[in-house]
Design a protein around this ligand. Structure first.
Ligand SMILES: [Zn+2]
Length: 416
């Protein structure tokens, strides 16, 4: 697996109050007199970066003061700022512009009740200050983050001195046994929250397209009454890759379908149509390898500390169950290609394999479908069309029927 990244974290957990001494008392009084309703989320309205490649200041304007926790991650170098849930109303593409130590930044939900900002930095940095201020002197409330360049050794030394931040990502409680003998199909809409996935020609987000498709497929599968269906996410929340695998395994899923949409950089030309991927250590071709690497970056993009993530499946031996799972995965991939042939555009080479992290469950047949290319006009038109979605979901449901047909007829509740 290519995604074994040595990740280093040092934490600077900052209660906003500690640094708020300079806030004007008048503002304190004003905010007490007019408390914001507690059910209203704080709003981020603007953002500025200033400074140079030695010191850079990041300022976020807010509708009110909030708490924050800032920490750094290495390989690649990032600064992560965890916040309570915030509504971001920032100018489009504001995070794409480099300034000083910051190459780019992104923001969004990391879990229900929690937002996150992830800044990619040009090298190792030290978080010198991280605080929020009350509104004062005609200025809105602000979050201020001061970064200073440092060297890698100093960066690594601080790890021993600082505590890791509390785990910020969602952890599912173990599911209850349902007692329902029908096979469980887990649908896994890719990305979510702070990780938007790839972008379409007009800024369409992969995370939204794949969620809409998963919902259509779930409806279709449930309508037949033959399966139970669960989704790794049903809203715009980020789920780490390992968590998606764990979700399916804990529930003894009979089939796991991860749903994505691809996009090609301009220089790599055009491609079109859907592709079904299964797991392999060696990618079937260079494009499959590129894609798996891109999809496997989801955790890096969202600022997940990979060293703190338990890796449930890394050390499982290749055993009979795993080989059987592989056979089932391939069977389902074939069945999906057969069904999609008549309803959807398929890639000229529609069955491929590569080292996708989400396909690593040794005991759950798993495939990943790339619905099409968001960088290709005709594909994008389909991906965003309700009619196409319904038709393609029906074809996928048909593929699920072909896959389970013989097993259900034989009375077996599960595929494995
Ligand atoms: Zn994706």
């Amino acid at each position: 697996m290519t995604l074994r990244i040595a990740t280093i974290a040092c934490a600077l957990i900052v209660g906003a109050g500690l640094f708020a001494d300079s806030a004007a008392p008048a503002a304190e009084v004003a905010s007490r007199a007019l408390p914001a309703p507690s059910n209203e989320l704080p709003v981020a309205t603007d953002v500025r970066l200033g400074g140079d490649d030695q010191r850079t200041r990041f300022v976020l304007d807010l509708s009110r003061k909030i708490d924050l926790a800032a920490f750094t991650l290495a390989d690649p170098y990032r600064v992560v700022v965890d916040l309570p849930q915030v509504t971001f109303k920032l100018p489009a593409k504001v995070g794409d512009h480099a300034r000083g130590l910051v190459k780019a930044f992104r923001y969004g939900l990391i879990m229900q009740g929690g937002s996150r900002i992830v800044l990619d930095t040009k090298g190792p940095v030290r978080v010198e200050k991280a605080f929020t201020l009350d509104a004062a002197d005609g200025q809105p409330a602000r979050l201020v983050l001061d970064l200073a360049a440092t060297d890698r050794d100093s960066f690594l030394r601080t790890i021993a001195l600082e505590n890791r931040p509390a785990k910020q990502t969602r952890r599912e409680p173990p599911p209850r046994e349902s007692g329902d003998p029908r096979p469980l199909i887990v649908l896994d809409p890719g990305h979510g929250g702070i990780d938007t996935g790839t972008k379409g020609l007009k800024g369409e987000n992969e995370k939204e397209i794949v969620l809409a498709f998963a919902q259509a497929l779930r409806e279709r599968l449930l309508a037949g009454g033959k399966y139970r269906v669960e989704m790794t996410r049903t809203d715009d929340t980020f789920i780490p890759l390992n968590e998606r695998v764990r979700f399916a395994r804990q529930r003894s899923a009979a089939l796991f379908i991860s749903i994505h949409a691809d996009s090609l950089p301009k220089r790599e030309g055009q491609a079109e149509g859907a592709t079904i991927y299964t797991l392999s250590e060696n990618a079937s071709d260079a494009e499959a390898a590129r894609l798996a690497e891109a999809e496997n970056r989801a955790d890096v993009i969202a600022g997940v500390d990979l060293t703190a993530e338990p890796d449930d499946v890394a050390n499982i031996l290749v055993d009979l169950a795993q080989r059987e799972t592989k056979t089932f995965s391939l069977q389902f991939a074939r069945s999906a290609v057969n069904e999609l042939k008549s309803t959807a555009r398929l890639h000229k080479n529609p069955m491929k394999s590569a080292g996708f992290v989400v396909l690593r469950a040794p005991d759950v047949p798993s495939v990943l479908i790339e619905l099409g290319y968001m960088s290709t006009k005709d594909d994008l038109r389909q991906l965003t069309s309700e009619a196409w979605r319904v038709k393609t979901a029906a074809a996928m449901a048909q593929a699920v029927d072909s896959f389970f047909g013989p097993r259900l007829a034989g009375g077996a509740g599960r595929a494995n």
